[in-house]
Ligand binder design. Sequence first.
Ligand code: FE2
Length: 575
Amino acid sequence: MPILGLNAYHGDASAALFDGTGLACALEEERFTRLKHQAGFPVEAARHSLSFANLSGGDLRHIAISRDPSAHIHRKLMFALSQAPSLSAIRDRLWNVSRLRDVKPTLAEALGVDEQAIGAQVHRVEHHHAHMASSFFVSPFDRAALLSIDGFGDFVSTMWGTGCGNKIEIDGWVEFPHSMGLLYTAITQFLGFPKYGDEFKVMGLAPYGEPEFLDALRPLVHRTPRNGFELDLSYFVHHTDGVNMTWDSGAPTIGDVFSPKLEARLGPRRRPDEPLDRRHMNLAASLQALLEEVVLDLLRALAAKTRSKNLCLAGGVALNCTMNGKIIGETPFEHVYIQPAAYDGGTALGAALYVRHQILGAPRDFVMDHVYWGLEYSREACRAALEAQKLAYCELEDEVLAERAAALVAEGRILGWFQGRFEWGPRALGNRSIVCDPRQAAMKDHLNSRIKHRESFRPFAPSVLEERAADWFEQGGPSPFMLMTCQVRADKQALVPAITHVDGTARQQTVSRRTNPKYWALIHAFERLTGVPVVLNTSFNENEPVVNTPEEAVACFLRNDMDVLALGRFLVVKR
Ligand SMILES: [Fe+2]
């Protein structure tokens, strides 16, 4: 029974398709439009999903969209009335509701078919139900506690419950305007990072500082009975000025959500062009500490209530790797699963899974243990992309390619590594990656100045052979999605300075031979040459979404100061 899941009009628009046998593909719109966090309707992702599975719009039986305008409607109305909304606000709201009700015409237009041809039943799945489903139904657990935590979706910022078999049960939630995701966004903006998704930068900045402002930040949020929390709204304006979480197209934007009172409490905000100083680093460290304090406390209460040792996390806040890395040590949970697209992009998958299991009652049949659910390109397509640029190349067997590429990396060259299907979720995990030598401390600055052009304080992450992870990292278990930070073992830190952050941590990806044999072979070859089973892995891009096609990979390779490109089995050496 083909089911198409859609995340539409939120950030990170996406589509995920179950084709009747299982998950066929899961794609984010930004990979096609080349605009980071592309919002609006996932036109290209939906179109490519169906063509990948050889299906037409008429073959779909169910369409699942990860929003439900009728969810929490009474609370929404009461809140709206209390704010005396303007006519334009009411008009916008009605427009939002109507297009979510009429998803078929938009999908039909995207697919270039008549609306009547799409006979599928449309399901509107509440945002956080989709988040929770996206994690639990593809987790390895038969039973687990569930927590979804983000900015907002369908008037809710946090929801918890339990999962058992093919069903999810909701136990409680925190409604607008209270949100830990929004609090993190507010301080991120305060620190001079205004773009959607910049929270990641503040997480990277935090280890440089001390939590000097933790006491000053604590009054911004307090825990409430029944496992909730509330913000002190006098420090925020989103509840009075409105906060946009719906976008027709383009990149999502959010205006300032903090009030002048925050500057009175913390001192002047930083403007984006001002230098970062110790105070900013301390603020970032304090914010990170506050997030961990609140969320780990929520999790301890959830563990006590559910008596479960298994946890599934979802929502944008679940991309906070530093926080995630502390869950096992600081809560009773012993096993944690986070679906790789934990943010809103993942709700396309979650909505489809919710319909598949919760509504249709299908048994669960797979664990998502890799991210390679994107499109792939043929040998001919790769060769054509190289020939179009008149590049000299050689074609090699997989094993030889891995050895040659690894030898070049060990010599200090920067390698663009393009193989197979592109990744689902925000991280490049070995199919659209830039790879280099973690042993050279200078590699971080090289990458930043020559290719990535990003803030110098942001760390680069390692990929490690799964079977060697425990020798190099303190959290030695599988971490295939780069979603948990842990300490690099003290005796290894000096050996891999380019991937060891200022506080001795790393956001490691463990690489399994079973799920990515080519990438595993590359790292294994590097280990044979150097004794180090670790490479530095960063996404194959330059201030743009991760590359999708061979043409984009070749263009990025030529535009930047990369030295080597492995495009499928073709190897190109620039110098
Ligand atoms: Fe969300």
